[in-house]
Design a protein around this ligand. Structure first.
Ligand SMILES: NC(=O)c1ccc[n+]([C@@H]2O[C@H](COP(=O)([O-])OP(=O)(O)OC[C@H]3O[C@@H](n4cnc5c(N)ncnc54)[C@H](O)[C@@H]3O)[C@@H](O)[C@H]2O)c1
Ligand SMILES: [Zn+2]
Length: 359
């Protein structure tokens, strides 16, 4: 099958996403013809063992890694770098990463520092990684209890998608990816938002490939215009400042995309309370997102407000004395706004928690 190709312009020369075909076809495309080493999510290797057997001969080293926030850490990088060197990695070796956002972050970080920079290719296997994190070139890893505080910009050379990987994904991880899909469609404007609202009314769509390609198409101009996240790319963070606070306060028990979904509902409600958008828009956003995040609403409703506000104070968008969040004037009209965390956001988040507890 001929894949859909999406080129991404980047200061490092550009890279491309090829979407379509079976998991074996995506792995074969990522393998290419030179020397490769594969870093793979252990669960993906187990679930798709036959595809790996067909795509890689016995000469290709395959290193499985358990995907967890503990493995996505500075401490866990050392054994991964050692295994890569033990597997015979040289500067000409291409690192092929197969997995979700966790494997992507680890591989991108390792590829940046090993032998002063390796070429790497990515086969994202979660909806979140396919529709969002696979483009944009960021890596973030944890340093002890400081989440996502180390990182680099190092784009993969190629990204190969197959929706066949999504067939084995847990429903919770599908819903998490859909949180980001909705975010992109909200950013794209009223028509795109109405379209995703309609699609999700019947539950999780059986075929997600067009939503993945549409989401990447919406994200692309933001990262091309502002590759290093100093300006317009900040808007892709809609729902994330609140979402990150919910992740921290729940000790990361809420999957990223679902924390972002709750974060978008909070941000839209706060925007409506400021008179920036109609109450009706906040209700529409909630109606689309509640079926995705409903299992986690209680956790946020009872989370510590103090912990959430402290987490928001550490957001990467902030400067030493100024705090920012992304609010909305309606679909396609997001703005980065300076806020007073204690005076405005703390009471608004308290109201949001009371609203989540309402029934
Ligand atoms: N670098 C970036 O730009 C960026 C952006 C967003 C999120 N992230 C990071 O990504 C991580 C979340 O990523 P994620 O949601 O993709 O999850 P993940 O990598 O944690 O994977 C989620 C779960 O799905 C399993 N899995 C992966 N693919 C599977 C498949 N095809 N079938 C069955 N199970 C599969 C994994 O083993 C894991 O248990 C977080 O650490 C977040 O900080 C990074
Ligand atoms: Zn996100």
């Amino acid at each position: 099958m001929t894949p859909v190709v999406l080129p991404i312009h980047s200061r490092s020369g550009g890279y491309r996403v090829a979407a379509g075909g079976s998991p074996v076809e995506a792995l074969v495309r990522a393998r290419g013809s030179g020397q490769v080493v594969v870093l793979v999510d252990a669960a993906v290797l187990r679930l798709h063992a036959e595809a790996f057997r067909q795509a890689f001969g016995p000469e290709v080293p395959i290193l499985p890694v358990v995907a967890s926030e503990q493995t996505k850490s500075y401490a866990a990088i050392t054994p991964i770098l050692e295994s890569l060197l033990d597997a015979g990695v040289r500067r000409s070796t291409v690192l092929v990463a197969v997995g979700g956002g966790i494997i992507q972050d680890l591989a991108a970080f390792a590829a940046t520092i090993l032998l002063r920079g390796l070429t790497w290719r990515l086969v994202p296997t979660t909806l979140l990684a396919q529709c969002d994190s696979c483009i944009g070139a960021k890596s973030s890893i944890n340093l002890g209890r400081h989440k996502n505080q180390l990182g680099t910009f190092h784009a993969p050379e190629e990204i190969h998608l197959s929706d066949g990987f999504l067939a084995t994904l847990a429903e919770e991880d599908l819903r998490s990816g859909l949180g980001e899909v909705v975010k992109f469609h909200l950013l794209a404007g009223p028509d795109a938002f109405a379209c995703i609202a309609r699609r999700l009314r019947e539950g999780i769509p059986a075929d997600l490939s067009d939503l993945v390609v549409a989401s990447l198409g919406i994200k692309r101009p933001y990262i091309e215009e502002d590759e290093f996240d100093r300006g317009i790319r900040n808007l892709l963070n809609y729902g994330h400042t609140f979402g990150h606070a919910f992740e921290v306060a729940s000790d990361f028990s809420i999957p990223h995309g679902l924390a972002v979904a709750l974060g978008m509902v909070a941000a839209t409600r706060i925007s409506a309370a400021r008179g920036w958008c109609p109450e009706e828009h906040a209700r529409e956003v909630e109606a689309v997102l509640a079926p995705l995040y409903r299992h986690h609403a209680r956790t946020v409703a009872h989370a510590s407000l103090e912990v959430m506000i402290a987490a928001m104070g550490r957001d990467k968008k902030n400067s030493a004395d100024r705090q920012f969040v992304i609010l909305t004037r309606g679909p396609g009209r997001m703005e980065k706004v300076q806020v007073d965390l204690m005076r405005e956001i703390a009471p608004a988040l308290g109201d949001f928690q009371a609203w989540l507890r309402r029934d």
